[in-house]
Design a protein around this ligand. Structure first.
Ligand SMILES: C[S@@+](CC[C@H](N)C(=O)[O-])C[C@H]1O[C@@H](n2cnc3c(N)ncnc32)[C@H](O)[C@@H]1O
Length: 819
């Protein structure tokens, strides 16, 4: 049992800090010098998804977890008994991810905000110093709370929110307190603030001793009018509900009457805030803090615990107070975060958008919830196996619904758009082609276990996402484009994600919206709208059509305001491979394109095109700029080669024309998006090498060409399939970038600027025709497309149109050596 604090530090790090939070956090640890463990968080996530969320087999999950090298190392020196304790603790942390758990962890800034507020009101310098210290009481440690994921009624047990209890001897208890007190005094003296170790001590009235509380339940905070209480059974602690708890409400318990100093005068709970007691009354006379003495049982060390009847009396009193989950949610707003203030479209929490101009739809909590559970908050029943991404979720989901009641399995906003147009699925065939992975999945037959659709004309559910929304008709900008509407706010985010190159699994399901798309003029006019509704006046539950509110802050530019001209990412020249387009005359400021940053307009075709055209071919804008600057000073040999090849007027003379090479663009399947996400990570030159070599293999070899034959013209590269793969209205050769709205939108292109080559698509046909042993050079016939000779050939063939390459630029554009 003595190992438990160390185990708890280890497990909270592995199964909570880095698993559920991104970027990972560090919760309070018993070891003040704890350093986060290094491990592959994806592996842990897979274990949780597969064995806990999907199979709900905790035993299997624990055994797989224990096989991980980092865990083996941790338990290496443990005795069998200690291992058993460790295993049960792993189990506690894992159970918190069960779909039936009914609670979740969340970050709370209540205590920090309260301290900061007090700090702001303190004028006395000495007092301010102490308050400043308290404001940073837990440096580097994140305060968590426990939120209900569903409603609970009195006497319900929150089964999987448990903790292990370790009785502290009087000596241990005093030592811990003494240590904490001394550390605080030292901290105030030397100006350092260190995490303390007394954060998880509770008093047991029955055992008349202090106890260390370790496990998921240790994140339950104190409230003077709690909605739950700790129940002890053996060395384990469970939580019992003592008054109705709503979904999204914080689960709180009562720690004791003097837990936060005498009379809890430092208590920062919501009740104290409401009645201006405890911490919130600390600037008033101390006498104002009163506790019902008759219900206390004073302990020897000065700490008191209320009797059960007293707690229940307090609970019934609390039940009369109309508390809103919004009060709690307000404290999830990081006071230190920058950016516009938004309301999450899924859970309605307020949050600050981390990105200045591209406002996420969801708060970080809902984002990470989706990442872990692969379904929308607060649901925990993924439609597909989150580990395997298969399509057999429905039976299990149904089983879960039967086990736990249908209320918890209901997606909050699962709105299916019923469009009676049977031809739509044909219209949307092109988006399916955008991603081969999707194509396979959509083409795969419906699972055996899935009941056949009753209506023979009904489309599979999976295809409905491609259907048009009936309320799309007001999409003024999209209406211009008459082709299949694979983009725009009627499109599935899947399609958008695949289209823009987001990797599989990283995409989010786009929220259906009933909002009409405002006209561009309205968008601009509404740049400074949005006054925040006070949380208290907000109705319970979200009105179906409430738009997200963005609060304009005086200090920063409104997110939806037109960007200054320098910041508007206007379409750049396509790449250094193609001749730069003639410089367009600068558009007058009144017609400068405005990137929509909110509402459905954000994902309209024109907006996406505007946004994404800021980068070129998978490069960042900065890299694109640098490449342009470079290209303007020195024309690279590859550019010359490309220009010369594409400009070659003579017909291609190929003795054995390879069928794939003659395929029309429309015949070519579209590996474009599937290959694109991985492409940036590959060596820069490899795709180019393949293209060039395959093209060289198409040129006649020496055996096929009589000596002295006229120099064959260079085969032209197949044109990019923009005509058919891109939707109408989208400029051709859009950059391939990830993360339309998932994450930071900035793909890491770690290539140095000198190697910023445009990403090239490797056509399967080309890879097939690639010759491993390049044909020997023909006397008098330059080898135009081998990497070694590319620069020379290009310079010779384009010598009349482009300057000869300089050595430096040759190395800049050089491709990987051929094997
Ligand atoms: C058992 S822990 C609760 C979980 C804690 N928030 C965390 O993240 O580890 C108890 C600690 O939470 C904080 N806390 C909980 N309730 C509080 C309250 N009502 N007022 C002030 N601090 C509270 C205090 O720092 C306390 O030491």
């Amino acid at each position: 049992m003595d190992e438990l604090p160390g185990d708890d530090d280890f497990l909270s790090c592995m199964l909570l800090d880095s698993l559920e939070f991104e970027p990972s956090i560090v919760t309070h640890k018993m070891n003040p010098h704890f350093r986060p463990v290094r491990f592959d968080r994806d592996t842990i996530a897979q274990i949780i998804r597969r064995h806990v969320i999907w199979e709900r087999d905790i035993t299997k999950a624990v055994s797989v977890f224990n096989e991980l090298p980092v865990v083996r190392k941790h338990v290496a020196r443990k005795t069998p008994a200690q291992r058993q304790v460790f295993d049960s603790h792993v189990q506690r942390y894992m159970q918190a991810y069960l779909p039936t758990a009914g609670f979740e962890y969340a970050v709370t800034y209540r205590y920090r905000v309260a301290r900061l507020r007090r700090l702001a009101h303190i004028e006395d310098a000495a007092q301010a110093e102490t308050a400043r210290y308290h404001a940073h009481l837990s440096p580097g440690r994140t305060d968590l709370c426990v939120l209900a994921l569903r409603s609970f009624q009195p006497d319900d047990t929150i089964t999987f929110c448990t903790a292990a209890l370790k009785d502290l001897t009087r000596a241990e208890d005093e030592a811990l307190r003494e240590e904490a007190a001394q550390a605080r005094a030292a901290d105030v003296r030397d100006g350092h603030v260190r995490p303390q170790r007394d954060f998880s001590i509770i008093r047991s009235s029955s055992r008349k001793c202090s106890q260390l509380l370790l496990g998921p339940a240790r994140f339950i905070n104190h409230d003077c009018q709690p909605n739950a209480e700790f129940r002890r059974s053996g060395n384990q602690l469970t939580i019992r509900c003592i008054r109705p708890i709503k979904r999204n409400e914080e689960i709180t318990t009562y720690y004791g009457d003097n837990y936060f100093e005498l009379g809890n005068k430092e208590c920062m709970c919501a009740t104290c805030e409401k009645y201006q007691r405890g911490f919130f009354a600390s600037h008033v006379a101390d006498e104002s803090v009163s506790t019902p003495a008759s219900t206390e049982s004073t302990l020897e060390d000065g700490r008191t615990l209320r009797s059960r009847s007293a707690r229940e009396a307090a609970a019934s009193q609390a039940a009369q107070i109309v508390t809103s989950p919004d009060d709690m949610i307000a404290y999830q707003l990081n006071p230190d975060a920058q950016g516009p203030e938004c309301e999450c479209l899924t859970c309605h929490a307020l949050f600050r958008a981390p990105e200045k101009w591209w406002t996420p739809d969801e708060c970080a909590r809902c984002e990470r919830h989706y990442k872990l559970f692969k379904c929308d908050w607060p649901g925990r029943y993924p439609k597909e196996n989150p580990a395997e991404q298969t399509t057999i979720a429905r039976p299990l989901k149904r089983r879960a619904a039967m086990e736990n009641g249908s209320t918890t399995t209901k997606r909050p906003r699962a709105k299916t758009v019923q469009t009676p147009e049977p031809t739509v699925s044909q219209d949307i065939s092109s988006p399916v082609k955008l991603s081969p992975v999707r194509e396979c999945r959509e083409a795969s037959p419906v699972s055996d276990t899935e009941p056949p659709p009753k209506d023979p004309h009904a489309r599979p559910r999976s295809l409905r996402r491609f259907e048009l929304h009936s309320d799309d008709s007001d999409d003024a900008l999209d209406a211009i484009h008459l082709g299949p509407r694979i983009l725009g706010h009627g499109a599935s985010t899947d399609v958008l994600a695949s289209y823009w190159g987001a990797p599989e699994g990283e995409r989010r399901v786009r929220r259906p919206t009933t909002m009409g798309m405002p006209l561009a003029s309205e968008r601009i006019a509404s740049a400074h709208v949005t006054k925040r509704v006070p949380s208290s006046s907000r109705p319970q539950g979200r009105p179906a059509k409430a738009p997200r509110r963005i609060v304009s802050e005086p200090s920063e530019r409104s997110v939806s305001a037109p960007l200054p001209k320098t910041e508007v990412p206007t379409p750049s020249p396509r790449s250094s491979l193609s001749p730069p387009p003639p410089p367009s005359p600068p558009s007058p400021p009144t017609t400068a394109p405005v990137i929509a940053t909110k509402g459905p307009a954000r994902t309209s075709i024109s907006n996406l095109a505007l946004f994404w055209s800021g980068g070129v071919e998978g490069r960042t804008r900065q890299q694109a700029k640098k490449a342009q600057a470079l290209a303007s000073t020195t024309q690279s040999p590859r550019t010359s080669a490309r220009v010369s090849r594409t400009a070659s007027p003579a017909p291609v003379t190929v003795v054995k024309p390879e069928p794939p090479s003659s395929r029309s663009v429309s015949d070519v399947p579209l590996p474009l998006r599937s290959s694109s996400p991985a492409a940036p990570a590959k060596p820069v030159a490899s795709p180019l090498v393949k293209v060039e070599r395959s093209a060289s293999s198409l040129s006649p070899g020496p055996s096929e060409m009589p000596s002295g034959a006229p120099q064959p013209p260079l085969p032209a590269l197949p044109p990019r399939p923009t005509a058919t793969s891109l939707p109408p209205g989208v400029p051709p050769r859009q950059p391939l970038r990830r993360n339309l709205r998932w994450g930071n939108g900035k793909t890491s292109m770690s290539r140095p600027p000198t190697q910023t080559m445009p990403m090239r698509v490797v056509w399967p046909s080309m890879v097939k025709t690639e010759s491993l042993s390049p044909a020997p050079p023909i006397p008098g016939v330059p080898r135009p497309l081998s990497s070694s000779s590319a620069s020379s050939s290009s310079s010779s063939s384009s010598s009349t149109t482009s300057p000869p390459p300089q050595p430096s630029s040759a190395s800049h554009t050089s491709t990987a050596p051929l094997p």
